[in-house]
Design a protein around this ligand. Sequence first.
Ligand code: SF4
Length: 187
Amino acid sequence: MKMLLHICCAPCAVPIVERFLPEQGMELAGLYFNPNIHPKEEFDKRKGAVLTMAEDYGVPVSVNELNMLDYWRDSLPADKSKRCIYCYSVRLEEAARYASEYGYDVFTTSLLISPYQDHELIASMGEKAALRHGVRFHYEDFRPLYRKGKELARGKQWYIQKYCGCFFSYTESDHPKKPIYFTENEL
Ligand code: SF4
């Protein structure tokens, strides 16, 4: 069976890779697709960690470099309930389309590991995207693996992000170790 894992970041993806790799007959590949990670420098840091993971585990990972940063900052409502729905839909739609185009039997997403996202909504949007593209969506509650992913990434010294990803989440985050990408006037 060919499975595509949509990857948002290495710490979220790695325990899922470990979960599926030992399965007999499973051909696992990844798609790093994160079009709103702000700024580009942060996108590249997360991509670097994903590519290191891919090499460490011998899993092929494709990278989609689509950049929607200006659109995200200038055209979307800042309201979290609205912008996050769009964020999930863009990722899941592209993952389903890619899985269908490249002959995968099934796809899933590392978004299902996060206890901070709307898990049920992601599951239902994944199912709908799969139907639209004629592939299967693998739903699984990966949330019990969340902490393990962080520990693995820390142990391997991969980059671990300090905010969700988009411009809004960067400005909202009060994480003490958040990287400084902008001056006050640029925000
Ligand atoms: S807060 Fe996170 S899930 Fe919501 S739109 Fe921003 S990056 Fe996407």
